[in-house]
Design a protein around this ligand. Structure first.
Ligand code: SF4
Ligand code: SF4
Length: 706
């Protein structure tokens, strides 16, 4: 037998029987505490409302495994953190598997079946792999420490915008302590693993099978050489190994026992959260279950089990905090803090053996763990938080569910309440008579078909802003003229169209949303058409993703992709290329919600424009501030508005001529912000439709009213 064949893992050598027994007792104790902790967490989730998941378990499992293994969600917009986490993850997993296989051989296969595999070449290769895994783990941890300790990234600052500095939960130093304890515990486990290995080599230096193969554990061997050079004897190495073995082993056992009670549980909860994620979490909100007497979430137990699990998945990475437009302009909202507050609340109330009385489960308010009304109304439901969260926390459905309760109680801004009443009465947010909805078409030199009376190829769902707002009406007329000139057979619903309800739903007025959705679905059912085209991304989202739940499943396109097709088919041709230096603002409901990133950019290119991207573009686009019903709620006087923040970003582009939008609400918000930020005259805000019309001008003068 060669020396290589003889080499094997030294486990309990030189330990007394009592010590071995003690270690097993402690090991089983740690596992028992771990299992109890898992039980407490599952009981907590069980106390949430019921939810039936859609889709197959296997595809969910596969999707989750792919995301966990490729780390794609962690890499996004922070590749350094993704890389470091990848090192920690793979280092930890390999070391964990190494420990597990030792247990497998020594406690199961060898005593029961006499099988030994932890020796010879297998052992040496595994030693090498585990040594490398240790380097990866320690390297990743060191970088994470550097981020927290030296880079002092704002997203990792736990000061919260929804509390005053004098509030007890303003700064939450316990989170910082927890983060550091987590990093240092793993670091100590990793470092003592190497020291232990080195001490073992020094101790057994007289055994050729151990010493001659030491470079299969290069880091341990290097440290062992150092220890020997410093005068550590074999006897000293044995004593050191003995002490380190217990130190390393006990820390590892405490780590295992505390997994379900600390941040470490994200190892499981993050994976579970990814597995149960809803790819349409913000795009398609859930209906109020029939079993629920009052809509919305008033108590922590009104959140469903998946939402409670989401709370535990949060790793406090701060990406949602960084992406949130409300946080950016100093509004009292951080999506991260909503999640952390509710998590604190859930842990305090649902982890105890006996469920507290209903009054103690109220999640609305300003006490620690509760969420304030101002916080909930600050949300634009822009989905930036949901989109960037690496562990699939779904903030928007939680916020809207809590808003439903506020709406039920009438706890909202008076202007918002008035607008909702107006929509209820007239079917639009402008309070105009229904009959005026198609009024913009009267001054066109051609008739616009009534799709309820005659079949059309394209049913154009116009939306409130494009129908009633005077500035947007001009754009609406331009679009009609483009369709007309392109020979598109189109029509509208006239007074059969109501507000699509997208924002009403995100305000939390579910009853009114159902009225609007049912009315529109009924009107659409009465029309004959091949496809819907809409100029309003908000309408686009709800018709595309939410109307199917109300019996209305239709092919629908945003105008940008439809126009792109008209160009491709030759129905529209650019005759006067534009040479503008432009930037494009991705509307939340077209871009993030429905991934409509390419068509508007391609159209801009076709028009001959130069496109300069803003730093925050595509999925990272910055909301104009109008979403989630915020267009109907006045912003606090003196505070910056998201649209102003955005216009300042665009203003930094040298030589910018046109800030291009493709949403009626964006046109309103950004034209206003252009004035209030003092950028009027430097560049202009234009609807993409206006640029298209400008690039195809021949028949415009004859076709449209001045
Ligand atoms: S949806 Fe937008 S505004 Fe609301 S919390 Fe998320 S990022 Fe902030
Ligand atoms: S909710 Fe998601 S994005 Fe936000 S801090 Fe937690 S893990 Fe990060």
């Amino acid at each position: 037998m060669s020396r290589t064949d003889a080499v094997t893992r030294i486990l309990f050598e030189a330990f007394s029987v009592a010590e071995v027994r003690l270690f097993y007792v402690l090991g089983y104790g740690a596992i028992a505490i771990f299992c109890y902790g898992v039980y407490v967490q599952i009981r907590k989730y069980w106390r949430g409302a019921a939810l039936q998941l859609e889709g197959s378990l296997w595809s969910r499992l596969g999707d989750m495994a792919a995301k966990v293994l490729n780390h794609r969600t962690i890499d996004r917009r922070d590749p350094a953190a993704g890389g470091a986490h990848r090192l920690i993850f793979y280092g930890f997993v390999l070391l964990f598997l190494g420990t597990t296989t030792i247990t497998l051989q020594y406690d199961i296969l060898e005593p029961l079946f006499g099988i030994q595999f932890w020796q010879g070449k297998f052992y040496l290769w595994f030693s090498l792999v585990l040594d490398a895994a240790g380097v990866a783990l320690i390297g990743g941890l060191a970088y994470m420490m550097y981020r927290r300790g030296w880079l002092a990234l704002p997203k990792l600052d736990y000061a919260r915008p929804d509390r005053l500095p004098e509030d007890p939960d303003f700064n939450r130093p316990q989170y910082r302590r927890e983060d550091w304890a987590f990093l240092w515990t793993l670091m100590i486990i990793g470092l003592t693993g190497y020291l232990l290995e080195a001490a073992r080599l020094v101790w057994l230096q007289a055994r050729p099978d151990v010493w001659d193969t030491r470079w299969w554990s290069p880091v341990g061997a290097l440290i062992a050489e150092g220890m020997s050079a410093l005068g550590l004897t074999a006897h000293g190495g044995g004593s050191l190994r003995h002490g380190l073995w217990w130190f390393h082993g006990l820390i590892a056992l405490v780590f295992i026992a505390l997994i379900p009670f600390t941040k470490v549980k994200h190892i499981f909860t993050a994976a579970a959260s990814l597995m149960v994620r809803d790819p349409l979490a913000a795009q398609r909100l859930a209906r109020v279950p029939e079993s629920q007497a009052r809509p919305g979430a008033a108590k922590i137990t009104d959140l469903n089990w998946k939402q409670l699990l989401n709370l535990d998945a949060c790793t406090k990475c701060g990406r949602c905090h960084e992406a949130c437009p409300a946080t950016a302009v100093g509004a009292p909202l951080s999506p991260r803090d909503v999640i952390l507050s509710l998590r604190e609340f859930a842990n305090a109330t649902l982890e105890s053996g006996v469920l507290p009385a209903a009054a103690e489960l109220d999640i609305h308010g300003k006490a620690p763990g509760q969420v304030a009304m101002e916080t909930l109304w600050s949300c634009r439901t822009c989905m930036a938080c949901v989109e960037i969260c690496p562990v699939a926390v779904e903030h928007v459905p939680i916020i809207v569910q809590m808003r439903r309760k506020l709406v039920e109680d009438g706890a909202m801004d008076p202007l918002l309440a008035k607008t909702l009443q107006t929509i209820h009465k007239t079917g639009n947010s402008f309070g105009e008579s229904k009959r005026k909805r198609g009024g913009w078409s009267k001054s066109l030199p051609f008739p616009v078909k009534d799709a309820r009376k005659e079949p059309v190829d394209v049913l154009w769902f116009v939306g409130d802003y494009a129908s009633f707002d005077p500035r947007n009406q001009k754009v609406t007329q331009l679009f009609a003229s483009l369709l007309h000139e392109a020979g598109v057979d189109f029509g509208i619903l006239y007074d059969g169209e109501s507000n699509a309800g997208n924002d009403v739903r995100r305000v939390g007025e579910e009853g009114l949303y159902e009225v609007l959705a049912n009315a529109n679905v009924a009107a659409l059912k009465g029309a004959t058409f091949k496809t819907i085209v809409t100029t309003d991304p908000h309408s686009y989202n709800t018709i595309r993703n939410e109307y199917p739940d109300f019996g209305g499943k239709y092919p629908i396109q945003h105008y940008t992709s439809f126009v792109k097709q008209l160009f491709a088919s030759g129905s529209l041709r650019v005759t006067q290329p534009l040479k503008y230096r432009t930037t494009f603002h991705d509307p939340c409901h077209l871009g993030r919600f429905n991934k409509g990133y390419e068509a508007p950019r391609e159209v801009l290119k076709l028009l001959g424009c130069e496109l300069v991207e803003m730093g925050r573009s595509r999925a990272n686009s910055f909301c104009c501030g109008a979403g989630g019903g915020r267009i109907w709620i006045p912003d606090p006087v003196g505070s910056e508005k998201p649209a102003q923040n955005r216009i300042k970003e665009a203003a930094a582009i040298p030589g910018l001529e046109v800030y291009v939008v493709s949403c009626p609400k964006d046109l309103t918000m950004f034209e206003d912000a252009l004035k209030t930020t003092g950028n009027e005259g430097k560049f202009v805000v234009k609807e993409l439709i206006e640029l298209i019309r400008e690039a195809i001008p021949e028949r415009r003068a004859a076709a449209l009213p001045a």
